[in-house]
Design a protein around this ligand. Structure first.
Ligand code: APR
Ligand code: PHB
Length: 388
């Protein structure tokens, strides 16, 4: 097979890039090591910046998101038994859309199928080759090795994929921070406790009340890295969540059986640069952020925007400038989101070594946020997403 762009990974990054390329008449194939259902079984965050919704529309996959997504004009911070609302709309003129990553992925997969895009699932041992020269990708399927020749390879295969591994000894510099805790998350078919999200700073640890729809909720509590999900019954989870919320919220909480329960460790990671000859790192392959602030999917979208502009200009206008600028343009936005996710994590979690002093510093910062328009504006501007 020969294509213009070989895309490794059928997550949001690969699917979004693939659809924008297809719409522009640029030939591409998507390869993934697992199948559609496996990918759609993953539960991830669900807050979309307006740039992400715009790109989904541009891809032609935004209809269901507009019909079913929930527009949120603000969110709350809770601490010291009180609550403060960050009015995103008033502070920035913008809102965010609550729509699960799983649904967005589903819509992009459907769109790809409807437009006849090439996709190869269950492709084993996908490997990018010769990206300093004449690039190609190999993979195995049903015991046969296949080869795809291409002009460019888009590494959209996440943090543990083949793309990042292939450039790790090609001058890649890794920047990393590992946090000493994880998030225990529960998905349940119960109405959300509030019409907006609540991020809670509590002496027992962070908690988050999020949602996927008016009848499906997503809740999280901060847990130690040694915690095992099988040791958390649903009741234990709900009890712990209630303890970390203001009384009125805790009393209003509707609980039910969990549909999914998992623990995710928190870390920040950035690879530099994002381009290695004709191989580009995109989305989680290039960077990971802690979920505080829900930037992961949105950063994947802005990467796709920059790379798509580069590829479109290359093929349609025969100019290299935007492609050459991909790594630096994407990284400039990535680092700002990495900083924001890190600062939200810092502000809201209980750190094992920071003690009572650390708790008071957090409370002072939160108190400052409630009284300073400038501080609220800075938080809101980052939360709705920096422009691109
Ligand atoms: N070969 C082929 N495919 C692979 C390989 C591999 N070696 N390794 C991983 N993949 C596939 C995975 O099966 C997955 O479908 O690449 C895809 C990567 O998708 P994501 O991990 O969702 O990454 P991305 O598309 O960049 O989306 C970023 O996902 O992790 C969240 O917070 C993150 O929301 C953000 C979004
Ligand atoms: C989620 O709904 O899963 C979610 C929402 C907001 C976050 C993180 C996760 O900051």
């Amino acid at each position: 097979m020969r294509v213009q762009v070989a895309i490794i990974g059928s997550g949001p990054s690969g699917l979004l890039l693939g659809q924008l390329l297809t719409n522009a008449g640029i030939d591409n194939v998507i390869l993934d090591r697992v199948d559609r259902d496996y990918i759609l079984g993953r539960i991830r965050a669900g807050v979309l910046e307006s740039g992400t919704t715009r790109l989904l529309d541009e891809a032609g996959a935004g209809a269901r998101m507009h019909a079913e997504g929930l527009i949120h004009d603000g969110f709350s911070l809770s601490f010291s038994g009180r609550r403060h609302r960050i009015d995103l709309k008033r502070l920035t003129g913008q809102s965010v859309t609550v729509y699960g990553q799983t649904e967005l992925t589903h819509d992009l997969m459907d769109r790809r199928e409807a437009t006849g895009g090439k996709a190869i699932y269950n492709a084993r041992n996908v490997t990018p080759h010769d990206f300093g020269g004449a690039p190609y990708v190999t993979y195995e399927k049903d015991g046969v090795t296949h080869r795809i020749d291409c002009d460019f390879i888009a590494g959209c295969d996440g943090a543990h994929g083949a793309s990042r591994a292939a450039v790790a000894d090609k001058g890649m510099k890794a920047f990393e921070r590992v946090y000493p805790f994880g998030w225990l998350g529960v998905l349940a078919d119960v109405p959300p406790v509030d019409h907006e999200l609540i991020y809670a700073n509590h002496i027992r640890g962070f908690a988050l009340c999020s949602q996927r729809s008016l009848s499906r909720s997503r809740y999280y509590v901060q847990v130690g890295l040694e915690e095992k999900v099988e040791n958390w019954s649903d009741d234990a989870f709900w009890d712990e969540l209630r303890r970390r919320l203001p009384d009125d919220v805790a009393q209003a909480l509707v609980t039910g059986q969990s549909l999914e329960k998992s623990i995710a460790p928190l870390r920040s990671f950035v690879a530099e640069p994002l381009r290695y000859g004709s191989l580009f790192l995109v989305g989680d392959a290039g960077h990971v952020v802690p979920p505080t602030g829900a930037k992961g999917l949105n950063l994947a979208a802005s990467d796709v925007h920059y790379l798509f502009e580069g590829l479109r200009d290359f093929y349609l206008d025969k100019t290299d400038a935007a492609l050459d600028a991909y790594s630096s343009r994407a990284l400039a936005r990535i680092w700002k989101a990495v900083r924001f996710s890190w600062s939200m994590t810092q502000l809201l979690h209980r750190f094992p070594d920071s003690g009572d002093f650390g708790q008071r510093i957090q409370e002072a910062e939160l108190d400052y946020l409630t009284t300073s328009h400038a501080a609220q504006e800075a938080m809101a501007e980052n939360y709705v997403g920096l422009p691109y």
